[in-house]
Ligand binder design. Sequence first.
Ligand code: PGA
Length: 873
Amino acid sequence: MDNHAALRANVGLLGQLLGDAIREHHGQAFLDKIETIRQLAKSARQGNDEDQQQLLTTLKQLSDDELLPVARAFSQFLNLANVAEQFHTISRGYRQDAGPNPLDQVFERLKGANVSEADIRDAVASLDIDLVLTAHPTEVTRRTFIHKHVQLNDCLAALELELPEEEKAGLLARVDQLITQAWHSNEIRAQRPTPVDEAKWGFAVIENSLWPALPRFLRQLDERLEHELGERLPLDAAPVRFTSWMGGDRDGNPFVTAKVTEEVLLLGRWMASSLFLNDIQELVSELSMSEASRELYIESGEHDEPYRAVLRRLREDLRETLLHLNARVQGQKTDARDLITDSEQLRRPLELCYRSLQECGLNKIADGLLLDVIRKVACFGIHLLKLDIRQDGERHTQALAEITRYLGLGDYAEWSEADKQAFLLNELNSRRPLLPRQWQPSDDTREVLDTCRVISRHPRDAFGIYIISMAGEPSDVLAVQLLLKECGVDFTLPVAPLFETLDDLNHGAAVIERLYQLPWYRGYMQGRQYVMIGYSDSAKDAGMMAAGWAQYSAMEKLVAISAKEKVALTLFHGRGGSLGRGGGPARQAILAQPPGSTLGGLRVTEQGEMIRFKFGLPQVAIDSLAIYASAVLEANLLPPPEPKPEWRALMNAMAEVSCAHYRSLIRGEPDFVPYFRAATPELELGKLPLGSRPAKRKPNGGVESLRAIPWIFAWTQNRLMLPAWLGAHKGLEKVVEDGHEATLRAMNQGWPFFRARLDMLEMVFLKADLGLAAYYDSVLVPEELKPLGKRLRDELRASTKLVLQLKEKSELLSNEPWIQESIKLRNPYTDPLNVLQAELLKRSREQGDIHPVLDQALMVTIAGIAAGMRNTG
Ligand code: PGA
């Protein structure tokens, strides 16, 4: 069976069982109705107008009682289609962006390009990939459903094997059970998760997937290295690490408090201790050998099973530590001691055993579970994940302003940048404490200071970096350093500005250069700087074309300045999953960055549903890690070309025109905001309890304070996908009109950055749907705003035409049959959900307060469309 047929067969199987569950619950007549709707949607997609009309009428005529189960049926089907697709991605070795085995491929490419063995060795040794799991509210699927989907995946895998009929029947019965369980469960969370719930979710991803996946990935890399270079990875190699924002990112989220951060830090250690305890227990039972090195023999107290003796001690220490942490998590007193407080305490005995086995010629045993555990110590350590802290720059400014006002020094917030810097540097150099003793800070300031105090109470190893969102000046960075110092943090915690508006990106390199000039700062930073690049907020600010170019240019300048100043620069990419938020295939994204931008390591966010897609199952996680590692190796050893001056000039021109057009619409067009509110479910999205964080930075702010996620989420639902393309067309059109079409084609051929822009547009155009977007307008948008909707659709149509023309193609993504197939498979299920959503929005807006069941149906359509698009937005 070919790939597509096999996928269809599994989708068919899961769909049929879902149908059975629906029939049992609602009867044959209801199931027939669903089937009729599906068939009509299919035929409408093939261009049958009569069936299109029939589909709309059927959906509009659904009674209030029917709306929810119909929405649920289509939404659950889309989730099952995702399960089948993910399974095929794993089992057939199909990878969207790298083809089979990315590590093999990259070594082939490197050899083909005559890269020397020494260079490859150095590049592998300096691999430093830090994947940062955030708590961004973009995962619509409830954990209980994710759990069932993982089990369905396992069943599909088992069904591929040659099995006796009886076992096969058992598996099918299990699939049936799981689907029936899902059908009878509510797919919408009843309550918002707390930040601690979010952190626990992150820990579960580690436990279920990354914990087993990481050593397996390192084995692959190790084998490749041995094969290619005759050398192995060092024992303490940690080419990939994980950091978390869950419980640490407080930017615009008042629920992430210092207390939450403290709790999450404790939970991380608890989880790590418990996972290591299981592993050590297993080693105790496996390592029964008596031959040992002198060193181990003595350490074991001359025991006849020395490995077991040493590891049992470690096990007991871990047990006591776990009891201690458990009590602290529960807020109880305990006599149990906190014994294992440093990863070294795990590493030392394990490496002692490893050396001993090697000395005795028992390499096979050394390189089994023992090696895996040593690698996990190097990657996860006793904190499991490092925790980043993120806070809005404005909160630090306000905290300092409160202090200076109290001290009678004036208002820090009002000072010039030069005055701020002078004050901060003076205080940073001073031995006298700044914080007044009797002073009662406001709640907001107390929270900022308490967070710094939490940092001071934990070891450096527990943390990643401190990120300042909406950073714009050197003082933003120094301010955090002063607050940390005043709260007793006695280690160097890197502070990274996050540049996320067009202006801040354009000035980012100058800000960093000024920081590098400050002797105090140079001493503090110890030769390493982190800078975070915000993809989605800059695209929301300036449109994707201008923001993309500003990100590229900022990175290029930052790389050059850091090289000149001999500072190791780590760029931290704040990418979302969807294209409008900087998402896209990882390899393509990395190779589209400026040359040299991954030499200081790669740090990148992984968010919401992307964590599930990329790391939710061990096999998928192994593939994703291999994609990252191979792409970074390639980018470092075969860097993408520098753009030609002529290409830069065109990009400058396109960015300017497209930004002006984008802003003239978003900010200058008075109808825009009312149109956005009418044509998309923006206001209704707030009801969906996806994450702990509010949808807006300021509770009463308008669209400007709306976070990038709900902004894009809303446009994904009505299928206009506006933020992912608006502005690009005007920019491209202008340079085509100026006679540069051939140059654009050359840029597409020869410059990965530009090619990635056009590829992203192509993908967005395939997910967008003019017919559905027009349908939303016809149902929801008042007459006077309709012309704006039409203008936007005309622009989308023209953009599609132009991109196809530049790529010399007649059909979108004709070179990606798998993606085309995947979208085709989903359309008959997503289309009815879109029509239902428009209907439900209409009823809800007309009636003000709709019946909770209809509200629920609306939420289901939102989650279902997100599943159909495989992105919330
Ligand atoms: P932020 O993220 O709002 O937390 O900065 C935006 C995004 O990920 O799209």
